[in-house]
Design a protein around this ligand. Sequence first.
Ligand SMILES: C[S@@+](CC[C@H](N)C(=O)[O-])C[C@H]1O[C@@H](n2cnc3c(N)ncnc32)[C@H](O)[C@@H]1O
Length: 211
Amino acid sequence: MNEQIFSHIVPDSKAIVLEQGCGVGRNIPLILDSMGIDELSGGKVHAVDFSHEALDLAKEKLSNPVNVVFHKGNMSQLSFADETFNAVFDIFAGTYMPIKGWKLGVIETFRVMKPGGRAYFLYFIHGRNFGSLFKKQVIDEFFHNPAGLYWAMHLKLVRGLNVWDKFIANGDVVYPEWEELLDIIKFSGGIVEVAEESFLGACIFVRAIKS
Ligand SMILES: C[S@@+](CC[C@H](N)C(=O)[O-])C[C@H]1O[C@@H](n2cnc3c(N)ncnc32)[C@H](O)[C@@H]1O
C-alpha cells in the first residue's frame, strides 16, 4: 500500500504539507523522504490528529524533527487558513470519522490547499472487505503448504482478521464508494490525476490537484 501511494508523490522539497489523521506518525518519514524535504530544504509537514495519545507516540517515535509540527485538531474542521498547503495526505484517516465524516474531511482538504496543490487519499472501499480478501489470499497461498497455513493460524492472523470483519460490520466506519469519493473531490475543486485500486482491491488510491 505504502509503496503505491509513495510512488505517486510529486516531489517538492519546499512544500508545506498537511497529514490529516496522522495517528502514530508511521507515514511521516515516508512523506518527508518522498517529497524530498529535509532540515535545510524549507519544506515542512504539519501532522494533525485528535488523539493526544497518538500524537505523543508519534513525537516520541520520530524524536521531534525540526521540519515536523504536530497539532491536536479535528480534520472535519481544521484550524488552518484557506490555501495554506502545497500537499495534503489522508491515509486511512477520513474514513474513521463517524457516519460519512470523511466527506467533510475532503472538503477541508481542498479548502486548506493552495491552487495547484495535490491531495493524496488512501481509503478502504465500501463493500470490499479487507479481512475476507486478505484471509482468502492467505488461505490460497498456503493451500499447498499445510505447515504455512498452520503457522498463519497459530499466529492468530486469521482470527485477528475475523475481529476486523466484525469491526467493519458494526457500521462505525463508513467507507466510500468509488463514485462518492470522486464526486466529493470534484465538488471541492479537485481534478483527479490518478485513481487506482490497491491492496488486493480493498482500497482506493486517488491523487487530485486543486484547480
Ligand atoms: C486508521 S488510523 C490511520 C493513521 C495514519 N494515517 C496511518 O496511516 O497510520 C486513523 C487516525 O485518524 C484519526 N482521526 C479520526 N477521526 C479524526 C478527526 N475527526 N480528526 C482528527 N483525527 C482523526 C484517529 O485518531 C487515528 O489516529
